[in-house]
Design a protein around this ligand. Structure first.
Ligand code: 5U1
Length: 668
């Protein structure tokens, strides 16, 4: 039993602390099961720090209070490079000119819940929340369920009493999965990973906490008794790692405030690709002797500061809810918001997705809401602050008919989406279809922007994509903001667009569920428009990524006289492409493989890399799973790279990828 315990602790350490697992999960499970068997045979030999003893027996009635012998401090914030310069100046002044420059430990500031872990002679005896810094809550049962928290420290030399401080957080991927499960069960979702982490830690029943994907990252020590620690903060963290505690792999020691700025900027670029949410960077004077000399002000140390990133969540008011009709007639509720600066931009609209989402949020017009904008993701209404609901707030009423063309609205079975059944008589659907047709990845007609499409449809000058090509210059000159230059640009880009490719053309038609990848597969499979349009259902189903739903949409399109007339007119207008030599996709070098491209590719760019892969017969997926054949990872790769490493999926960099393309004759 002792040898199994040691072995399992070592596997945990390699997996959770070093991010470098040495054995497959199956082997780990076998060892754990064997230990469980022995423990049930010899219950008197079960130890509280055994890897099997992570989930406590009974739920608690309430949390006990604990007092922090060494208070848990908070941090001062800085919001600009100038404020960092001020911080540095204050430090140097306070040190009385004894230093000309300072060494800083830089660490990502994780967005989770601050906790304290107390180890007595290397055994975890208490886990506590920060609370008000002096008094927190005893969450020992819950922290014990978190696999990256060691129940016993490794190695030797640790102080007899050692308190570790750090953040318990939920990685983004785990958060998404947890919410997906909650959504599928019709349960309440968490607003963000931080709330999910804090909520999971405040469960009275540790069995619930044990199901939540939580991790711990350590960033300092509190109480230290009966032992010594190094003189530099970064050295302490390295030592904690050898004792089995997880620290942040992106931490770095730099000299001078300009280097702090460079670290901040570099992490800001990678922020969205990291596997976890961060809300800033913490900078700490590295020398403990200098920390001592600098001391504290009220509840924050003078020797540390958090430089915050632009907030990803803000409060604002919903002024109205309007309904947008999309290309396929789907009617989307959109919240019109009092403009608010969030995630680095001013946001005045947020999609509400569909009726179910509005019901789930319990949203009324007039409500104060939390708006979240993380990365390039479109702004979301994360939650409603019901306590601030004004008396005149009104419920969201869904339209009985299309708000644009008045046609009948239907709610499809099992779909939360309302749909306008007006098809191309609906001006909104006409506009959306034309905007899709001219978009960069479709026909790439850059002289026709979204505003111009709105004007052209509103003035009755075009009804569909084909009528763009029969426009006459004199029809356009009366339009607002239409000068000779825009006119020349418009006709020139229409002319250029006529020379296209079959995949682009298929994609540009905007057939439901036919995205870029499907259009490419269809073009490569059939080789010509004539073969595609006369394909039977079973022939369509032979194509990669075409299932019964897509096949049905394609057949409906090919059976529609109106749609075929548009295609005919487009070809009459001079749109041409070269047919494709059909190669049996099973013979392509990467046939039956699934690849993922992540991070920044300096030479190729991600979309070019994807198109090479597709030409070679590979499927390109958006997420990594055990079925992924290979991941191409560039700088800044985050959660996908981590997942690939975790699953043992092959990862190559851009140089190796280009070499492979050359070997396969796909690239010069
Ligand atoms: N990474 C990190 N986060 N964080 C939060 N370090 C860190 N240090 C903190 C806090 C509140 O406080 C100490 C500087 C006292």
């Amino acid at each position: 039993m002792q040898s199994l315990r040691v072995q399992l602790e070592s596997y945990n350490y390699q997996y959770y602390v070093l991010d470098d697992p040495s054995i497959p999960d199956s082997e780990y499970d076998r060892c754990l099961r064997r230990l469980q068997e022995l423990e049930s045979q010899y219950p008197e030999l079960v130890r509280s720090d055994s890897p099997t003893q992570r989930v406590g027996a009974k739920p608690l009635d309430q949390f006990q209070q604990v007092s922090h012998e060494v208070p848990m401090l908070s941090l001062d914030n800085a919001f600009s490079a100038d404020e960092m310069v001020d911080f540095n100046r204050r430090l140097l002044e306070r040190l009385g000119g004894t230093q000309s420059t300072l060494e800083f430990a830089c660490e990502p500031k994780l967005d989770g819940a601050a906790v304290s872990l107390l180890y007595h002679n290397g055994v975890l005896v208490r886990g506590a929340t920060r609370g008000d810094g002096k008094t927190g809550e005893d969450i020992t049962q819950n922290v014990r369920t978190i696999p990256s928290i060691p129940l016993r420290l490794r190695g030797e030399g640790y102080p007899a009493e050692l308190e570790i401080r750090g953040e318990i957080y939920m990685p983004k991927a785990g958060f998404e999965k947890l919410n997906e499960i909650a959504r599928s069960r019709g349960e309440k979702t968490f607003v963000n990973p931080r709330n999910a982490a804090a909520g999971s830690l405040r469960q009275l029943d540790a069995k619930i906490t044990a199901t939540r994907p939580l991790e711990m990252c350590c960033y300092s020590v509190g109480l230290v008794r009966g032992g010594e620690l190094p003189e530099q903060h970064a050295d302490i963290l390295s030592l904690l790692q050898t004792w089995g505690l997880r620290i942040n792999a992106d931490s770095q020691v730099v000299t001078g405030i300009d280097a702090c700025d460079a670290y901040y900027e570099a992490l800001a670029v990678r922020r969205d690709d990291l596997a976890y949410d961060i809300d800033g960077i913490v900078f700490k004077v590295n020398s403990l002797a200098l920390q001592d000399r600098l001391g504290f002000v009220s509840r924050a140390p003078r020797w540390a500061i958090a430089r915050k990133f632009p907030a990803q969540e803000e409060l604002t008011q919903v002024l109205d809810v309007e309904f947008q009709v999309g290309r396929t007639g789907a009617i989307t509720p959109v919240a019109r918001l009092a403009p608010v600066f969030v995630g680095g931009v001013t946001v005045s609209n947020a999609t509400l997705h569909n009726m179910d989402e509005v019901a789930r949020l319990g949203l009324y017009i007039g409500d104060t809401v939390v708006v979240r904008r993380a990365g390039d993701v479109i702004p979301q209404v994360a939650s409603v602050v019901t306590a601030r609901r004004p008396e005149d707030a009104s419920p969201v009423v869904f339209p009985q008919s299309c708000p644009v063309c008045g046609s009948v609205v239907e709610r499809e079975e099992d779909e939360a989406t309302l749909r306008c059944m007006g098809g191309l008589i609906c001006a909104a659907q006409q506009k959306a279809a034309i905007k899709h047709f001219v978009s960069r990845r479709a026909m790439d007609i850059d002289g026709v922007g979204a505003k111009l499409v709105d004007q052209l449809v509103d003035e009755g000058l075009v009804k569909n994509s084909a009528s763009l090509y029969s426009l006459e210059p004199e029809q356009l000159l009366s339009l607002e903001r239409m000068g000779q230059k825009s006119l020349d640009n418009l006709f020139a880009s229409l002319e250029v667009s006529k020379q296209t490719t079959l995949p682009r053309f298929i994609f540009a038609l905007g057939i439901r569920e036919v995205g870029e990848a499907t259009a490419l597969s269809l073009a490569n499979h059939f080789g010509s428009w004539e073969k595609l349009v006369s394909a039977t259902e079973s022939q369509l189903l032979e194509v990669d990524d075409v299932g019964p739903v897509v096949a049905d949409h394609l057949l409906q399109f090919f059976a529609s006289q109106t749609s075929l007339a548009v295609v005919h007119t487009l070809r009459q207008a001079g749109i041409i492409w070269a047919d494709i030599d059909v190669v049996d996709s099973g013979e392509l070098p990467l046939a039956a493989q699934t690849w993922v491209v992540t991070g920044k590719l300096e030479t190729l760019g991600r979309s070019e890399a994807k198109s090479y892969l597709q030409k070679l017969g590979a499927k390109v997926a958006g997420s990594v799973s055990a079925r992924t054949s290979c991941v191409v990872a560039g700088p800044g790769a985050g959660s996908k790279l981590a997942k690939a490493t975790e699953l043992g999926v092959e990862v190559i960099d851009e140089a190796a990828f280009i070499e492979l393309l050359q070997q396969l004759g796909a690239k010069e």
